[in-house]
Design a protein around this ligand. Sequence first.
Ligand code: DGL
Length: 258
Amino acid sequence: MGQKKEQRIGIFDSGIGGFSILKEIHKSAPHLKAYYIADDAFAPYGSKSADEIIQRSKYIVEELLKFDVELIVVACNTATAFAIDYLRDHYSVSFVGVEPFLNAIDKFNWTREDKSCVITTELMSKSVRFNDLKLRYDKFNQLDYFVTKNLATIIEKYFSQLDKQELMASLEDEFSIFDKSAYKYIILGCTHYPLIGREIEAITGLAVISPCPYVARRVVSLIGLDGNETAESSSFEFTTTKASSPLRFVSKDFSSLP
Ligand code: DGL
């Protein structure tokens, strides 16, 4: 029997946020070979312009295509909102994006009295795609929308320095913008946020809702598992745009992910 072709995917975010999706993908399809680019030279995406996000996404996609990937995960809500249509129009590879899980309203049969809130980056909050999503799912204004301007940067800092006390103090500050007692859930509209889902729950007292498992499911259904996959890969290929030009990937163990 001939050797089966290795299934490869590309994945990117402005930083480590996409790990929240990569971890879920790995759980469902551990044999996939993943190439991850953290665009930290241009982070945070939430404070950039729509045009910059499209330019960066193009550059990153072209780097990932060098590895013969069959699908690319835009593991960033902000890049999905501004660049995924462009990418789909210009490249023949499949793209999977991520959006805040407003469909929780339908999926979990929330009553009209169930109020929840959604947090996103600044740029994401201004996107047409996000607005369309609100019109489609939030028909009875059950959700309130907040921009957590510094949160992705706070999370990056936490995972490079691991100062828990500083993290919790920054979160208190960041979440002082709304009255938590008014809500039941908090919908996480940025892939960085699930990385500290437990800490967000501790500070706000609200249960978090993340789209990441659903994104992973979509990836797996598109890639098509046939039950005949080769052995589990314990690592993925990783690079950051700040560290190297041209990009040099290094192997990173899945067990090291936050
Ligand atoms: N992780 C990203 C998102 O899902 C972007 C965070 C940022 O760089 O602002 O929107």
